[in-house]
Each structure stands twice: as C-alpha cells, then as structure tokens.
Design a protein around this ligand. Structure first.
Ligand code: AMP
Ligand code: ZN
Length: 464
C-alpha cells in the first residue's frame, strides 16, 4: 500500500515500524463549541485510513488527544462562567456521539491535556536538559536554532518562519520562531511546575501524550488537517525528537480542507455548519460518501446538492445488498464474462485503495461492479453463485468505507452515563447511603430521566 508522506513529500510504500502493527496518532478537537462539518471531513478520512489498515490485517492503535487547555476554551469559559473543563467535556462528549453516528471507530485512547500535566512537565524538563529549550520570565521556549531538523516537515527555513511572524512577538525569546513549551502566569486554569504557575503551550501536549501511549516508540502515522503542518506538527516533531532522540513519526498524513466557496470552513471565519444540524437533515452515510468521493488530500467544497446525491448513490449500494440477499445463494448459470468483469472491478477497487487511498477511483469500480451484478440479475438465468460472492465482497468494501444503512443511536454516550448513574445509585442503596441515592435520582431527573424500581431492578426511560 502506497501512501503520500508529507515528510518526504512523496508517495511511499507503507512499511510499519513493527510487522502487522500500525500506531496512529490523530490530532483531536479543541472542544470549545459544537463540532462542525470540517471536523467530520478530517475524522472520516482518518477513519477510512484506519479501516483500510484494519481490513489489511494491521492491529491498529489509535490515539487522539483532547485539547482542553487552550485560549479559545478559556475565553468561552470567561464568557459563560462555565469551568473550562466542564465546557470542553460537554462539547467533546457531544462530538463523540456525532462521530459514532457517522460510524467512526473510536480511538483506543482520548488523552486530555488537563490529565497529563506531569508527563508534559517531564518532557519539557527533558528538552531543557538536552539543551533545546530555555526559560525566560514569561515562559519556557523551544530554541529552534538548536535543533537542526527544524523545518523538515513543512519544508521551511527559520528565516521564512520569521518573515511570517507577527509583530507582537515576546521580546524575551531569542528568536521570533522559538515557541512556548510552558506559559507562565495566572489564567483561567493553571498548574504548578518547576517554572512556576502556568500552563503548557499548545504543541507540547501531542508530543508528550503520544509518547506516553506508545511507550516512546516511533509512530507509524501521524495525521490531522493540512492546517496543522505548520506550526503545530513541525513543533511536535522538534519537541519529541529533541526530548527522545528517535524519529517521532515515520509517515505524516494530512487531509484536505472542507471549504465553503473555496475558503476553509472554520469557527473563526464564521462560515461553519454544525455537524449535528447536518445530521438532522441527511443520513450519516450521505455525508461519508460525499467526503469519500473526493480524495482525502483534496479540498472538498461544501454542497447540499452533492450531499443529497451522495445519499442517493449510497442507497443504490444498499439496495444491491438487499436485492441480492433475496436471491438463491447457489446455482444459476455460470457466466464467464460476468465473472471476469467482477474480478476485474474488484482488483481495480483494491489497487485504487493501495494507491494512496484513492477512494474516488475505488468508488467508480464499486459502482461498475454492482452495475454488472444488476444487469446479470436481469438475465433469464442469473449467475446466482457469482452474485452472492460479489455481494460478500461489496459488504467488505462498504465496511472499509464505513457505509452502513442502519443509523446508530445518537445518544449512546449519554445512555452509558445514565446506566452508570443508575448502577451507582443501586450500590448506594445497598450500602444504605440514601443521601447519595437521592442525589443521583435528582441528577437523573434534571437530565430528563424517569427512574422506576421494578421487581427486576431499576429501569429508566426518557420523560415524555
Ligand atoms: P480543531 O478543533 O480546530 O483543533 O480541529 C481539529 C481537527 O479538525 C484538526 O485536525 C483540523 O485540521 C481539522 N479541521 C478543522 N477544520 C477543518 C476543515 N474545514 N476541513 C478539514 N479539516 C478541518
Ligand atoms: Zn497535535
């Protein structure tokens, strides 16, 4: 399988660090608001990559961080009076529910910055000890000139970085391109550190947390949207390699933007569409197929009409699965030409995916395959055996794309939370801790849940 590596700027054969394993780190959300369609673009693309690796038999370890310590969250917290961690937890839980609905396979770990301050401090200390960072009165900064590989991912020289630097750079820094590992001072949420009260800079979390969950071994792939190449990923490489010496990630995978009239969809530009709103209008598979019809590295321009059309196309695929399932599994008339055509389209499908996950090309072969099946079904004596085999293959192909007809329940995370509360209340009651059990009942009532104690134990349902 060939994949485009942003580090070498070339298509490369994917060779994992360890046979049969793929350790993937994907930069996660900064949950200060609802997830938008641009987020879905990137996470669906990464899910498709992950599914293809799983299909190929790789054991995938997927780590995806939660940036819960960040200026935008702090700002929102000041505006709303809600604590930053409560705010980010709420939006992240909501986003995970939507991702589940989109049939995105959850990550193995979702590390949050606020829960990894000791690991972050340890890595900053290692970087300082290795002579790649220095302390000033405002913070601890990475010394980009001390790290010869700085710029290798984004292909920029330090002078070029500085040319783009803002005027209000911190004057305590040795070089405007140096970036903060630790920011000193009071803020909405701060932590103790060897450099005094403060909080981590933005980039250090991903280097520190990915290393924690891989035990410091080189990642096979690191991914995220194209906007993250510089400075975020460039800085991640510098930090991790300065602290640890080894290569941080073998492959770097970047997705193209979801755009609106050619401009990136983002919260700050105000041109965003909330994912939840879109999912109320279109089935999740429509959105998945809409994105997969463009290559993962290409930009995709938002279009309601195209999403609707993608939904119709997906239904044609489901329709094939349904109709073919009603046919006999064996017998019929073996049709050599038809069988050859199926084989050809199948091969073309997988070679498209092996060529840097060329989903648009693969999709065209998938449709050609089912068209051939539909027309064979029209024959007086269809080749049932072959149609059945093709059906099995199409099911696998749809799994790789994450396309499925049935919708998942949106509320699964909320329901898990409710189940946990109900269980805790049962335990409290058994322990005769009636204060706690009453508290839980009140919490559930506030969540709109009615709890009934039946002979078979407690049961809950939504009010009204
Ligand atoms: P954020 O929550 O903004 O930190 O973004 C989380 C992830 O979504 C990052 O990998 C971003 O690159 C990606 N992302 C944000 N906006 C878009 C967009 N319009 N198109 C594609 N990916 C995006
Ligand atoms: Zn990151």
């Amino acid at each position: 399988m060939k994949i485009y590596n942003s580090l070498s700027r070339k298509l490369e054969e994917f060779e994992p660090v360890e046979e049969g394993k793929a350790y993937i780190y994907v930069c996660g959300l900064t949950p200060y608001d609802h997830a938008h369609l641009g987020h879905a673009r990137t996470y669906i693309a990464m899910d498709f990559l992950k599914r293809y690796l799983m299909y190929k038999g790789f054991k995938v370890l997927h780590i995806q961080n939660i940036t819960d310590i960040e200026d935008k969250i702090f700002k929102r917290s000041r505006e709303t009076g809600i604590s930053p961690l409560e705010l980010s937890k709420k939006f992240h839980t909501e986003a995970l529910e939507e991702f589940e609905k989109l049939n995105i396979i959850p990550a193995n770990h979702y590390p949050a910055v606020s829960e990894h301050i000791p690991e972050i401090i340890e890595m900053i200390s290692d970087i300082v000890a290795a002579g790649h960072a220095y302390e000033t009165e405002t913070g601890v900064y990475f010394d980009v000139n001390s790290f010869p590989g700085y710029g290798k991912l984004s292909g920029q020289k330090i002078e070029e970085v500085n040319r783009g630097a803002r005027v209000d750079v911190d004057e305590t820094k040795k070089d405007p391109a140096d970036f903060a590992l630790w920011k000193k001072g009071e803020d909405v949420l701060t932590f103790e550190s060897p450099w005094g009260i403060g909080r981590p800079g933005w980039h250090i979390e991903c280097s520190a947390m990915s290393m924690k969950y891989t035990n410091g071994r080189t990642l096979d792939m690191h991914g995220g949207g194209r906007d993250l190449v510089f400075p975020h990923h460039e800085n991640e490489v510098a930090q991790a390699e300065a602290a640890n010496g080894g290569q941080f990630s073998k492959y770097w995978v970047h997705t193209g933007f979801l755009t609106v009239n050619g401009e990136k969809m983002s919260k700050s530009l105000g041109n965003f569409i909330i994912l939840r709103d879109l999912l109320n209008k279109h089935p999740p598979y429509a959105l998945r197929l809409f994105f997969l019809q463009s290559h993962y590295r290409s930009p995709v321009d938002y279009s309601e009409v195209a999403i609707e059309a993608a939904g119709k196309s997906a239904e044609r695929l489901f329709n094939f699965l349904e109709r073919s399932s009603e046919l006999p599994k064996e017998g019929g008339k073996a049709d050599r030409d038809f069988r050859q055509k199926v084989e050809m389209e199948k091969e073309a499908f997988y070679s498209a995916l092996d060529n840097d996950l060329d989903a648009p090309d693969a999709i065209s072969h998938l449709f050609a395959l089912i068209s051939a099946c539909f027309s064979n079904m029209q024959e007086k004596e269809p080749d049932f055996e072959e149609i059945h085999r093709a059906r099995e293959e199409v099911s696998k192909m749809l799994w790789i794309f994450g396309l499925q007809k049935e919708e998942k329940k949106l509320s699964s995370h909320k329901e898990k939370e409710i189940d946990a509360l109900v269980e805790e209340r049962e335990k409290a009651r058994k322990e005769r801790n009636f204060k706690r059990s009453d508290e839980i009942r009140t919490t559930l009532a506030q969540m709109g849940i009615i709890l009934e104690d039946t002979a078979k134990g407690p049961r809950w349902r939504y009010k009204g």
